[in-house]
Design a protein around this ligand. Structure first.
Ligand code: ADP
Ligand code: MG
Length: 339
């Protein structure tokens, strides 16, 4: 049943339900929330006790009765209840009151199943949304970085997130070829953890690995190579230990997962229809997602594909901004279920 919602009660929200970070875009205001997609739950009662940044700080540091969960970790919904709790927490934080019935656009990973998509939509409805529209994440990313996706020409996006890398070529508002792999920021962290264990018998946690990646990680030789001090536990002596490592070593450690990303980009290009390939020669592709901030990844990909590559101005916000732009251009919310 369609009914009219008075404007003072409506608020339109765009949500980027990412594997690592969830962002909320509020119409006319822009991005108002940015939180890690992490929920801490009480193991016995299964009740959520912390969300976002607070819950992320608990990852790897919790006592037995609390678990910190990343419900979207691999680009599929590992835990429906926890995903719903996260969505309802976020929608609740931006709703303007109990009687407020927001309309919601949610960007979802392109690898999600129909059942999972339905579950996300139902969760948003239970969280108070009056209308829910989903849009594939690469499409939102392309809109967010300003690609003219409704033109009959190739618009290519490579979004390296936490759990998945999503690649798509879009023309006339539809995805012509798309590919999603579970190799992205998390795998880079894991590669660093493995390297430290192998080369130095040093055990480090995920957060330390991420810090190393962000501080000295690279995909291409740097003009000035970097060093970082790393603290962890010696796996032989069992005691805390500090070592110094270089950006060259970390580049070597990251080369396998980065190679997989390069191969997938090339594979996507091979599946591209020839007219669209021809467009890409000049237009190249745009990179988004936190993983595109790895030093030199644009240069490496440009070298390996022969195409011009640009990194979005604010890669971590591309998808959320895309949901905002999409929603502003939406003429009719009723009857639309997806982009
Ligand atoms: P998702 O959309 O899957 O939630 P994001 O686009 O938010 O993912 O990106 C999160 C990933 O980006 C994480 O793996 C994080 O470690 C990585 N990341 C964030 N900033 C940087 C940086 N400056 N350099 C390298 N990686 C980064
Ligand atoms: Mg993302």
């Amino acid at each position: 049943m369609a009914f009219h919602i008075p404007s003072y009660l409506s608020c339109d929200i765009g949500i980027d339900l990412g594997t690592a970070n969830t962002l909320v875009y509020l119409k006319d205001q822009g991005i108002v929330l940015r939180e890690p997609s992490v929920v801490a739950i009480d193991t016995a009662s299964r009740r959520p006790i912390a969300f976002g940044e607070e819950a992320k700080r608990m990852l790897g540091r919790v006592p037995g009765n609390i678990t910190a969960i990343r419900p979207m970790k691999d680009g599929v919904i590992a835990d429906f209840d926890v995903t719903e709790a996260l969505l309802s927490h976020l929608i609740g934080r931006v709703r303007r009151g109990l009687w407020n019935v927001p309309r919601v656009v949610i960007a979802i990973p392109s690898g999600i199943t129909a059942v999972e998509k339905r579950a996300v939509m139902d969760s948003a409805t239970r969280a108070g949304a009056s209308v829910v529209i989903t849009i594939p994440e690469p499409m939102a990313a392309a809109i967010g970085v300003g690609l003219p996706i409704y033109e009959p020409a190739a618009n290519m996006i490579v979004d390296i997130g936490g759990g998945t890398t999503e690649i798509a070529v879009i023309s006339l508002g539809g995805m012509v070829v798309s590919q999603s792999i579970r190799v992205a920021g998390d795998e880079l962290n894991n590669a660093i953890i493995d390297y430290m264990k192998r080369a130095y018998n040093l055990l480090i946690g995920e957060r330390t690995a991420e810090e190393i990646k962000i501080t000295v990680g690279s995909a291409y030789p740097l003009d000035d190579e970097l060093t970082i001090e790393v603290k962890g536990r010696d796996s032989v002596a069992g005691l805390p230990k500090t070592i110094h490592i270089t950006s060259q070593e970390i580049r070597e450690a990251l080369s396998a997962p980065i190679g997989q990303i390069v191969d997938t980009v090339r594979m996507t290009l091979e599946r591209c229809p020839p007219e669209l390939s021809a467009d890409l020669v000049d237009r190249g592709f745009v990179m988004a997602g936190g993983g595109s901030l790895i030093r030199g990844i644009d240069r490496l990909l440009s070298e390996k594909t022969g195409l011009p590559v640009t990194v979005a101005e604010d890669p971590l916000s591309a998808v959320a901004n895309g949901t905002g732009i999409f929603m502003n251009n939406l003429k009719n919310w009723n009857g639309r279920t997806e982009a």
